[in-house]
Design a binder for this molecule. Sequence first.
Ligand code: NAD
Length: 360
Amino acid sequence: MAKEIRVAISGLGNCAASLIQGVYYYQNAPEDKEIPGLMHVNFGGYHVNSIKFVAAFEVNKLKIGQDLSEAINADPNCTARFFEVPKQGVTVLPGPISDGVASHMIEPFHCYDPKETEPVDLVEALHAAKADMLVNYLPVGSHEGAKTYAQAALDAGIAYVNCIPEFIASDATWSKKFEDAGIPVAGDDIKSQVGATIVHRTLADLLVKRGVKLEETYQLNIGGNTDFLNMTEEARLISKRISKTKAVTSLVPYEVPVRIGPSDYVEFLGDKKICYIHMKGRKFGDQPITLNVKLSVEDSPNSAGVVIDAVRAVKLALDRKIGGALLGISSYSFKHPPIQVPDSEAYLWVEDFIQGKRER
Ligand SMILES: NC(=O)c1ccc[n+]([C@@H]2O[C@H](COP(=O)([O-])OP(=O)(O)OC[C@H]3O[C@@H](n4cnc5c(N)ncnc54)[C@H](O)[C@@H]3O)[C@@H](O)[C@H]2O)c1
């Protein structure tokens, strides 16, 4: 029988929709050809088609009770539809609302009324689905929600992949819980294939390595999906700003004035994200250098391939009975990993991990 990776999802928004479509889009991908956005078609013995979606938790009334294949197209999801996902036979379940829904998001998310709907027991549902891992895609600012789902994964004895900017894999107390339980965890805050973070990191690394003294930098991001609408509440952004800022400043060996983060919601952009990166510094002879970059991408598919690799790395760790934070895949695929290293080094760590030369 083909090897399966049984994946549960919390938060069936645009990122989850892109991930699920992507897994079907590449179902029959030949192993000798490259797929843009994946490290390998065959990742340590797992093909993209090894991934099966076995459970999903939501708070959106239009998604709960639907088959996964229909729920990913329900409002307010607005990402590109690039593949018609076949019926999954998996019904979306009501999850605990916790702090996943800010007051200004109750309507856009079509959040259920807690007086009318009872959330399922997450641990029971994960057991019933025989899930190997839970991939967390809750909205930014879900401080308690990320923990609620992490604890459910621990209690169900399954791995946790934290795609959001709340600190679980990179938090010593939480990663220890996973280590003690002998369960792998990867995170935090997924780093897109070619997104604002990796472009900004690469440019920062370039300027520093070429001896430019960086004097100021900012990264402004706008978009029109619910991720951006949610992030108009500055109070929900604390860890998002830390995650995105540290991803860049960790590569600059001195203090630099910096401002990085989501900057505005522009409804008509839909799932398109626009990023402006500005960098100013001094080079030889104290002469000025200024770099301005505009990046425009379809936001949600940008992280889906990265998650497909992360899921397969986590399954390898499960097979090898490795518990705790996975350092290689977390550094390569996430903005706020337990250890920040240049992306080229993280890539080699993952290659070594796949070949069994690195434990984690
Ligand atoms: N490239 C990317 O798009 C990217 C990159 C890095 C991080 N992320 C992060 O991934 C997360 C998901 O992004 P998205 O674009 O899919 O957002 P989204 O707004 O499209 O989806 C979030 C989903 O979570 C659901 N939800 C809210 N509270 C919930 C709860 N308590 N239980 C279950 N479901 C709940 C909402 O109904 C919604 O469907 C965000 O935190 C985002 O910042 C995305």
